[in-house]
Design a protein around this ligand. Structure first.
Ligand code: ADP
Ligand code: ZN
Ligand code: ZN
Length: 737
């Protein structure tokens, strides 16, 4: 047979495979290889093996190394990545390599964390241990244990005796046992086992309905108010899926902050299954190890953030997506995939169910579950209307009109009174303000100059503690200016409220309160958040002040008051999704109040108490609001009624961007009239990190038509004369404009 040519995917911005000669090394599809590319060495993945026909393999560069002892990536995963790269208009090689743990993208060999696993040979199985010499006490002990357990890992041997690991090797020499290298199982912290609660009717119905159809593809949407016991439903579904050997469940969560709590809960309830987490705050070595455990099938529960959707899972039987509406499922750079949508595709191809859960489903999902007439996208809806703990009621929500009362440092008297009463009752409060720093602007009282960021169209945020002005978009930092650069006035005021200022105000107003602040400045490490949350649980904190970091998932039984400070800017944002996001966010924070047997109260400070969003929020009526928002979207033909994509571009000078986008616009228009292409415009943030930005929006009634046009457009733009000067990207199904 003619020598083999390996077609290899590489992490380069070209949408093609590269040919290398196998040079006699045998390789399988999906295997990692090392090749030279230009002056460098790169890791690649074998995508195809061809035999020389028109090219002579000796003219090709040889593959430098085939990592033959590694398990190749499965065809299922490769196909999923192919689909994703094509759908999101991103070079396949880059999509593929960036889905792998960093260690597997590096040219240095990736060492797996392995240990020996001992099994008895036929001779060993038949051996009468009592016939072994008495002085071989340890060997006898190991043999006896092996005959009971069938197999023992090095870790298990160490539990037997300190010398057992070494001794086991001589069993191999004696021909009684054989050793094989396996991945070290996941570390499990010793934890208690939690009893399973009796499901209420709604939960039982959800579990029963879904478990009846576990062998087919189906998308379920569990719409359940906060605290309605969705997680408990997930646990039952996982248990069901995992009960017959060789099964894996993938659980996606929006944020790393949520993984430790959910992880602990799953471990407590499902201790018999091995669980690993996959998220960006793991060390590279742990990440690789967890990924390999998933790939080998040894890990049965995989809980992770969006990238985990691309984990190789040979026995995947169920996918759960918690807080499915959350925007962090969408990747905002490189391949701009949406993990929920990729998960749906993956489940469909595997013919397994996917379960989405939320108290405020995305309008896309709600539409699919309630309106959609086409059967392809139809979700099945399951509703949990009541809170699971019988005494826990949904909190009472009130809006206080900030234009009608005197604010004390940004706080309404009603909120201050409510805070005082919680302190007196030894209950906890949470104040939510979606702005970190001390105050959002530094203002000149004489000429109204505001400290700007010179690299972005934004203002610098005052961080009083560090005496710094900081841009929250590009990270630029400078000393606080003492004099107005515009008029020379020395009377500059930090204006407006951020978390730091709120914390300071509270400390002055309520000196006896124990206050903790949670935002990206105070929580630089994951442990810091866990520590604060533990303190809250132990009752060592009275008032929590924080950003949306606090909104999600946390369950504090003694927390009875939630205050929301100034979210009005989102009410009037030009982004058509802003109100959907705000509603979800406020429902989430409100859901933090009154989780156990104590009634919760929510106070929202706003200058627009009559806004429809607040009406819906007060009556906790997601459905009516969703219905109204969908009607609006349908009228103006916005998603989910049309499919959209953005072509984003940026360069040092706007005219370059303009010309590039004008050409793209002309070209896109000529391709297919079923796709509407809008004129180039600038986003609200015109300049970011020193780059001038613009975009064009495309929309179509059908995904396929839009896909077609995008593919043609992208391939034309790759060779555009300005392609080297302009940074551009296509964002399919964009979430933010
Ligand atoms: P969600 O995920 O919808 O926010 P959880 O599953 O976290 O809700 O449940 C909220 C609280 O209710 C948790 O403390 C959970 O242990 C408890 N819980 C859930 N289901 C039940 C049930 N059937 N009986 C009693 N308590 C329950
Ligand atoms: Zn001034
Ligand atoms: Zn900036």
């Amino acid at each position: 047979m003619s020598p083999a040519i390996l077609k290899i995917a590489l992490d380069v911005p070209l949408d093609r495979l590269f040919d290398y000669a196998s040079n006699g090394q045998s390789a399988r599809i999906g295997q990692r290889v090392l090749v030279s590319f230009g002056a460098r060495q790169k890791i690649g993945i074998v995508m195809d093996i061809a035999h020389a026909t028109d090219i002579a393999p000796e003219k090709l560069k040889p593959v430098l190394q085939v990592f033959a002892d590694e398990v190749p990536l499965s065809a299922e995963l490769l196909n999923l990545l192919k689909f994703s790269a094509s759908y999101y208009q991103y070079p396949f090689g880059q999509a593929l390599l960036s889905a792998l743990p960093t260690r597997l993208r590096q040219t240095a060999p990736a060492l797996a964390r392995k240990q020996f696993l001992y099994r008895l040979t036929e001779v060993g199985r038949l051996l009468d241990v009592t016939q072994m010499p008495k002085r071989q006490r340890i060997l006898r002990q190991i043999m006896a244990a092996l005959q009971v357990a069938g197999q023992l890992t090095e870790a298990e041997l160490s539990n037997l005796s300190t010398t057992a690991r070494k001794a086991a090797k001589s069993l191999v020499d004696l021909g009684y046992a054989m050793a094989e290298q396996v991945l070290v199982p996941p570390r499990v912290a010793a934890i208690g086992v939690a009893p399973a609660p009796v499901l209420n009717d709604e939960q039982a119905n959800a579990v029963q309905t879904i478990t009846q159809q576990m062998d087919i593809f189906k998308s379920w949407l569990i719409y359940g108010v906060t605290g309605s016991g969705k997680t408990e439903v997930y646990i039952r579904l996982m248990q069901h899926a995992l009960q017959h050997g060789n099964a894996q469940v993938l659980v996606l969560v929006p944020e790393i902050n949520l993984t430790p709590q959910l992880e602990a809960r799953f471990r407590n309830r499902l201790p018999q299954f091995s669980l690993v987490s996959l998220h960006s705050s793991l060390s590279e070595s742990d990440r690789l190890h967890h990924w390999q455990l998933a790939q080998s099938g040894a890990a049965q529960i995989i809980i992770g953030t969006r990238l985990a959707v691309f984990t190789p899972l040979p026995h995947l039987k169920l996918i759960i997506i918690d807080e499915e509406h959350d925007g962090s499922y969408k990747q905002q750079d490189s391949m701009r995939y949406h993990a929920r949508d990729v998960a749906l595709v993956r489940a469909k191809r595997l013919a397994i169910p996917v379960v989405l859960g939320s108290a405020t489903p995305s309008l896309e999902s709600w539409h699919n579950a309630t309106h959609s007439k086409t059967s392809v996208n139809k979700y099945d809806l399951l509703t949990l209307k009541k809170r699971a703990v019988s005494a826990a009621q949904l909190p009472a929500i009130a809006c206080i009109d900030t234009t009608k009362v005197n604010l004390q440092h940004g706080l309404t008297p009603q909120l201050v009174t409510a805070l005082r009463s919680r302190l007196a009752r030894k209950e906890q409060s949470l104040l939510f303000i979606n702005r970190r720093g001390y105050s959002p602007v530094l203002l000149c009282s004489a000429c109204h100059w505001i400290a700007p960021c010179l690299r972005c169209s934004s203002r610098l945020v005052v961080h009083l503690g560090q005496r710094k002005l900081r841009c929250h978009h590009c990270g630029h930092e400078q000393k606080i200016v003492q004099q107005c650069p515009s008029c020379g006035n020395a009377d500059l005021h930090p204006t407006g409220h951020g978390t730091q200022r709120l914390e300071q105000t509270l400390a002055q107003l309520l000196p006896e309160a124990r206050i903790a602040r949670v935002d990206r400045d105070s929580i630089s490490r994951k442990d810091a958040l866990v520590e604060i949350l533990d303190q809250v649980h132990r009752g060592e904190i009275d008032i929590l002040v924080g950003t949306q970091m606090l909104a999600k998932g946390h369950d504090f039984p003694n927390l009875t008051l939630v205050g929301v400070i100034d979210t009005d800017s989102a009410l009037h944002s030009p982004d058509f999704r802003a109100s959907e996001r705000l509603f979800a966010q406020l429902m989430q924070v409100a859901g933090r109040a009154g989780r156990a047997d104590k009634a919760g109260q929510v106070i929202i400070q706003t200058a627009f108490p009559d806004h429809a969003l607040f009406h819906a929020l007060r009556s906790q009526d997601y459905e009516t609001y969703a219905h109204a928002m969908l009607a609006e979207r349908e009228m103006v033909q916005f998603p989910p009624f049309v499919f959209t994509a953005l072509l984003r571009a940026e360069a040092h000078e706007y005219p370059t961007v303009q010309q590039f986008l004008d050409d793209a616009f002309q070209h896109a228009r000529s391709l297919n009239h079923a796709v509407t292409v809008y004129d180039p415009v600038r986003p609200k943030m015109e300049r970011l990190k020193g780059m001038e930005r613009g975009y064009i929006l495309l929309h179509a009634q059908q995904r396929a038509v839009l896909q077609h046009v995008l593919t043609a457009l992208v391939s034309a733009l790759r060779t555009h004369k300005l392609a080297a000067k302009v940074r551009w990207a296509v964002d399919v199904d964009p979430l933010a404009f």
